[in-house]
Design a protein around this ligand. Structure first.
Ligand code: DX5
Ligand code: ZN
Length: 230
């Protein structure tokens, strides 16, 4: 799926979408890794931004997003794990993000954050950590372009999936159906081919997979297996 198709008002992708997280890629060969997952059938590229404060790790800045933007036509899904996401929206929007995800744990004025993201023509998403109750994000199911349910504590790729978050995904899926919302539900953390079916059944439309894709020998086979899950 190309960026042009993504921007069409009639854009209705086949679910689940697969968004490989470049945090788990070989960063010394980043351009090649991005091209390889695109050629292997990835739908989006997920980019993890960490500030060493909201989470105990430091990763990428707008220059990396700009570099990835140059090598792929896929939508860029930028996950802001930072204490002050409002200050980061403009630089990441200008760098080429398509989705900008902010954590509910650090945003008081969600509507204000969404408007700021939309002022740059980008799609606003809200993220919820494993220990935050679903009620924190459920009021936004009709407003957000996407809600991202974390299935690990954010900070690192390669952690173990936390199954206790599944009821949150199910609650959001049911709420979405009740209000006829087109909000996408995304899951991030510890997703492999072995648990994709479980999270899709629970309501996931978009699968983020770091090591679940990049630590496998055949990206095409892995992504095809994840996408064929029902
Ligand atoms: C975790 C990040 C994830 C991470 C996923 O803090 O938000 O996107 O890269 O990596 P895996 O799929 O290996 O858990
Ligand atoms: Zn992420």
């Amino acid at each position: 799926m190309t960026l042009a198709a993504f921007r069409e008002p009639s854009y209705k992708p086949a679910m689940p979408l697969i968004a490989p997280s470049i945090l788990a890629a070989d960063l010394g060969r980043l351009a090649e890794e991005v091209r390889n997952v695109e050629a292997a059938g990835a739908d989006w590229i997920h980019i993890d931004i960490m500030d060493g404060h909201f989470v105990p790790n430091l990763t990428m800045g707008p220059d990396i997003v700009r570099a990835v933007r140059r090598v792929t036509s896929l939508p860029l899904d930028v996950h802001l794990m930072v204490t002050n996401p409002l200050a980061m929206i403009e630089p990441f929007a200008i760098a080429g993000a398509d989705y900008l995800s902010v954590h509910i744990e650090v945003v008081d004025d969600v509507e204000g954050a969404f408007r700021l993201i939309e002022s740059f023509g980008k799609k606003p998403a809200l993220v919820i950590n494993p220990d935050t109750p679903v009620e924190a994000v459920s009021p936004y199911v009709s407003r957000a372009a996407m809600i991202l349910v974390m299935s690990v504590y954010p900070g690192f790729a390669g952690q173990k999936f936390i199954p206790e978050v599944l009821p949150k995904l199910e609650a959001l899926r049911d709420l979405k159906a009740r209000c006829g919302s087109s909000c996408l539900l995304e899951i991030d953390g510890g997703i492999k081919t072995s648990n994709t079916a479980t999270v899709v059944r629970a309501g996931a439309d978009v699968i983020v997979a770091g090591s679940g894709v990049f630590a496998t020998p055949d990206y095409r086979a892995t992504i095809a297996e994840m996408k064929s899950t029902t």
